[in-house]
Design a protein. Structure first.
Length: 255
């Protein structure tokens, strides 16, 4: 998985429009799957619904087969941060939270987005806050995706907001450039300092994706070699958008 910073690609307005079409399709899938999240449903139920809809919409799943990943969605429940593999055995319960990450490729261009959804109506106030803060931090980062700023502006905005609210940002997993590949340069950490890293220029497209833990930031990967979890067992939330850097400011492509 190469993120070489010498390979940053700047997209034309026509390319960005193609990515907007991919992004809208991802949002359609996420909205469809979100409506199926309920106590008693399984993460495989979400997977099957997503795979069917992606096919009906004429797109190709971005994740399935990527480095051998077996599914079209990543479904990460509770202490799972990212890359949770859908399973018939993972039954959702009231009070759970589930992160749903989806990517597609349409006409050669990728879209990638994620949401975290409560299961049922019994979420604790702490978990409600975790979801609210994580989603809000995404928009704090997006606001900084402007010509002349740096990658560090994005990460700093996310980190400051998250930590001011008593949560922590994951260090081992980061956002990324996106275009004709799912992962392109540069990496987009959810932490950092203003002025650090690559300068943002017109035509860059970034997948910005804060992963926020209710406890400490440390992580580990389970024996399936995919599922990342919090080391301390605290719950984790994840939201993601693809954003184009334009003269008019940041433009969200996955809404």
């Amino acid at each position: 998985m190469s993120f070489g910073e010498d390979k940053i690609v700047r997209r034309s307005p026509e390319e960005i429009e193609k990515m907007r079409r991919s992004g809208r399709l991802v949002r359609q899938v996420l909205n469809h799957v979100k409506a199926l999240v309920a106590p008693g449903s399984t993460t495989m139920d979400l997977e099957k619904a997503a795979e069917k809809l992606i096919a009906e919409l004429g797109a190709t799943p971005a994740f399935k087969g990527y480095y051998g990943y077996p599914c079209v969605l990543c479904t990460s429940v509770n202490e799972e941060i990212v890359h949770g593999i859908p399973s018939e055995k993972r039954v959702l319960k009231p009070g759970d939270i589930v992160s749903i990450d989806c990517g597609v490729v349409l006409d050669g261009y990728y879209g990638d987005a994620a949401i975290t959804v409560p299961v049922g109506e019994t979420l604790t106030s702490e978990l409600k806050k975790l979801l609210e803060v994580t989603e809000a931090s995404l928009y704090k980062g997006i606001e900084q995706a402007r010509i002349g700023n740096t990658i560090g502006h994005v990460g700093s905005a996310i980190q400051k907001y998250v930590e001011a609210n008593g949560f922590s940002v994951v260090r081992e997993f980061v956002g990324h450039g996106i275009g004709t590949k799912l992962h392109e340069a540069p990496q987009i950490p959810n932490f950092g300092k203003k002025g650090q890293g690559v300068e943002l220029t017109e035509g860059m497209v970034l997948a910005i994706e804060p992963m926020v833990n209710s406890g400490r930031p440390e992580t580990k990967v389970l024996g399936d070699k995919w599922t990342a979890v919090t080391l301390d067992g605290s719950y984790s939330a994840h939201f993601e958008h693809c954003v184009a850097v334009t003269k008019q400011g940041p433009v969200i492509l996955t809404q």
